[in-house]
Design a protein around this ligand. Sequence first.
Ligand SMILES: [Zn+2]
Ligand SMILES: [Zn+2]
Length: 250
Amino acid sequence: MKVTIVGCSGSFPGPDSPASCYLVEADGFRMLLDFGGGSLGALQRHIGLYDVDAICLSHLHADHCLDMCGYHVARTYGPAAPYPLVPVYAPADAPRRLSAAYGMPDEPGMETAFQFVPLAPGSFEIGPFTLTAGLVNHPVEAYGFRVSDGTRSVAYSGDTGESAELVKLAAGADLMLCEASFVEGPDLPPDLHLTGRQAAEHADRADVGRLVLTHLVPWNDQRTVLEQATGAGFAGPVELARSGAVYDLA
Ligand SMILES: [Zn+2]
Ligand SMILES: [Zn+2]
């Protein structure tokens, strides 16, 4: 199982990274976790434009899903269209929200390219993976994910404030991609995002193998985010996500 960070910039793209998008591969099957702004471009450095087998959207904030618009065009009008429909696991409102974002009628909307499957908490099979979705702590319907290929596993926080569900999802995972949008400070809004320290505390409670801090917001000093995480008691390796980084969990 291989995890590639396509985009790790928090809330909007940064100079060195698109917004949220992670490519998870096993047995030749390629699945995206989130599809934020700019990630469709960077994705093509790693796989072919038409090589995506499934897409999971953690929530419908723009920085996690807007490149569905461009990918819809690629799959609906590309030279070998029609292409097989890509299953898209997403909050139930995704078809309507994404057609509105593109500026198209709801019927047929993006169903010329995608087959939408409404997410609910629980586990199900996608290709060679078992995906477990759990509701995390964010102002909209938002999921954290755990993806396992039967041997290795990766946990992804999506966007969340402090969340016991995230600790459950990540329990014992080889790799945890955990958001660290905030720098510690007074008056941080609750139930929205995590600091580096809080990300490390979740990783410690879940006893994961490796913590990668992601959803890094460009206005923060990322050295501070990393320092606050490394001082928080998690014993395993901690690093900042970087667009293009590959984690081979085999
Ligand atoms: Zn976000
Ligand atoms: Zn969000």
